[in-house]
Design a protein. Structure first.
Length: 311
């Protein structure tokens, strides 16, 4: 595949029961990745991915390492069987940033599994301490929605903010439940096509994650990060992460918006013509198509996806 390629790695919400199963049945590289994750965590994470139950897989503490493991299983298959598909860049949506850093050689897979397990545990803890939520808002521009969040905050005395700028016309907001409800009401009045609560009890990428940031930073400080083989575009600043800034980026990411639209536009401006989503589902592929309809996009999360890449 002679093209300017960027690998993209999905975040939480892309999990589903059965993910990675066909890959592991077909490719020993995928089986090995899942076995490594099982060994690191001391639990049968692979069985949870393959068989569920869904409620347990969806739990933040499990979903995060499960998506990472499935993404890296797919990556290992690509590296072995499609060595010509070498990325010039990588990027990951929220949790997916850890997968991107593994792909670039910045962090060993085993360390990443432990980090995201702890990230999931801490985020779940934050949600239990101060319940919050998230909502998807469609067809309202970012400036208008930022104003809506500010107005909702003033009206309730609580905070809500933009969490994910996923693509033009699709933005996710996150924060305290009361402020979130007010923001949904105001967004509809401003002309949002839809403004709906998401089925999560965690206000990811918001101030409600602030209490866990120091603990997670301690985990980050215990890991040795290595120089990257290719640039990883970070969520916080939508630009390449410098080696000395990796810990700051991953800590700030907890409370900062995911600038996905800007990240993809940065990659296109750098000459990327082909985006390969590596991991479960095809959520990011759909977002990329809405950001720029002129680029080629494919998803590799099962043997059919591998075949498409090899074609």
């Amino acid at each position: 595949m002679a093209a300017a390629i960027a690998f993209l790695f999905p975040g939480q919400g892309s999990q589903f029961v059965g993910m990675g199963h066909a890959l592991a049945e077909t490719y020993p590289e995928a089986r090995e990745a899942f076995a490594q994750a099982d060994d690191v965590l001391g639990v049968a994470l692979s069985r949870l991915c393959f068989e569920g139950p869904e409620a347990e897989l969806t739990d933040t503490i499990n979903a995060q390492p499960a998506i990472l493991a499935t993404s890296i299983a797919a990556l290992r298959v690509i590296e072995k069987h499609a060595p010509d598909a070498r990325p010039l860049f990588a990027a990951g949506h929220s949790l997916g940033e850890f997968s991107a850093l593994v792909a670039a050689g910045a962090i060993p897979f085993r360390d990443a599994v432990q980090l995201v397990r702890e990230r999931g545990r801490l985020m779940k803890q934050a949600g239990q301490m101060t319940p919050g939520g998230m909502a998807a808002v469609l067809n309202l521009d970012q400036d208008t929605l930022a104003g809506v969040c500010q107005e909702a905050g003033r009206a309730t005395g609580r905070q809500v903010q933009i969490a994910n700028d996923n693509c033009p016309g699709q933005i996710v907001i996150s924060g305290d439940q009361e402020a979130l409800g007010k923001a949904i009401e105001l967004a509809r009045k401003k002309g949002a096509k839809r403004a709906i609560l998401l089925p999560v009890s965690i206000a990811a990428h918001s101030h409600l994650m602030t209490p866990i940031a120091p603990s997670f930073r301690g985990n980050l400080d215990a890991v040795a990060f290595a120089p990257m083989r290719f640039p990883v575009i970070g969520n916080v600043y939508a630009g390449p992460i410098e080696l000395n800034d990796v810990r700051d980026e991953l800590e700030a990411q907890l409370t900062s918006p995911v600038r996905w639209t800007d990240s993809i536009r940065y990659l296109v401006a750098k000459g990327v013509t082909h985006f390969v989503e590596v991991g479960p589902k095809d959520v990011l592929a759909g977002l990329v198509r809405r950001i720029d309809e002129n680029v080629a996009v494919m998803s590799v999360g099962d043997p059919a996806g591998v075949d498409l890449l090899l074609a």
